[in-house]
Design a protein around this ligand. Structure first.
Ligand code: 5GP
Ligand code: MG
Length: 188
């Protein structure tokens, strides 16, 4: 019988960021964030579904009084491996005026998701607005209008899965960030 595996070994190309590296970086990010917002109440606005695991681990490294809100945005529906543009699925309903808001997302690629989020929330007159992503995809071919304020890791320009990130809604439970064999060297 086949051994249990998060990803069938013949489908895994390589691990890009290990679970240990992620845990260490989450502690550092948590410390950074706790310093930035010391003495303030923080509102985390998380972008589901991809950020859910990062979110759950990160917020437990931030010893502050905190509110948590979520939106759901889909840029890579189904089997797409290039951004199909921003599609809101769960609208922004919280009143964020006067709040210190930190947007948390899994990965920034073109920057369109963070742009849409910062545009929307910026109009609500928050006291402050910053962005934090676990991963930043290296795309030297494009200039982002919004660069995240806090970044966990820079990753190569390949389609990655794991730690909340999916391919066709699979692999979110994988503990590390991986490239699948079929996506190693994604054609543009
Ligand atoms: P952007 O709007 O910056 O182009 O893309 C950001 C969103 O696209 C992320 O929140 C994430 O949901 C999705 N995304 C971008 N790159 C990847 C990737 O390599 N793998 C997965 N699974 N999702 C990605
Ligand atoms: Mg996302």
């Amino acid at each position: 019988m086949a051994q249990p595996a998060f990803i069938p070994p013949d489908q895994l190309a390589r691990v890009v960021v290990s679970a240990d590296q992620i845990a260490r970086r989450n502690r550092e990010l948590g410390e950074r964030i706790a310093g930035l917002y010391a003495g303030r109440e923080l509102t985390i606005m998380a972008v589901l579904t991809g950020a859910m695991i990062f979110l759950a681990d990160l917020i437990r490294q931030i010893p502050l009084q905190m509110r948590l809100d979520v939106v759901s945005i889909s840029s890579y529906p189904g089997t797409a491996t290039r951004s199909q543009g921003v599609r809101w699925q769960l609208p922004l309903s919280a009143d964020l005026s006067g709040r210190h808001v930190l947007i948390v997302d899994d990965i920034v690629e073109t920057g369109r998701t963070l742009e849409a989020m910062t545009d929307e929330i910026g109009q609500m007159a928050p006291a402050s607005l910053r962005t934090c992503v676990l991963l930043r995809k290296q795309r030297p071919d494009l200039t982002r209008r919004h660069e995240p304020d806090l970044v966990g890791f820079d990753v190569p320009d390949e389609f990655v899965v794991g730690y909340g990130l999916d391919y066709d809604n699979l692999y979110r439970n994988v503990p590390e960030i991986c490239v699948l064999r079929q996506h190693a060297e994604t054609p543009r």
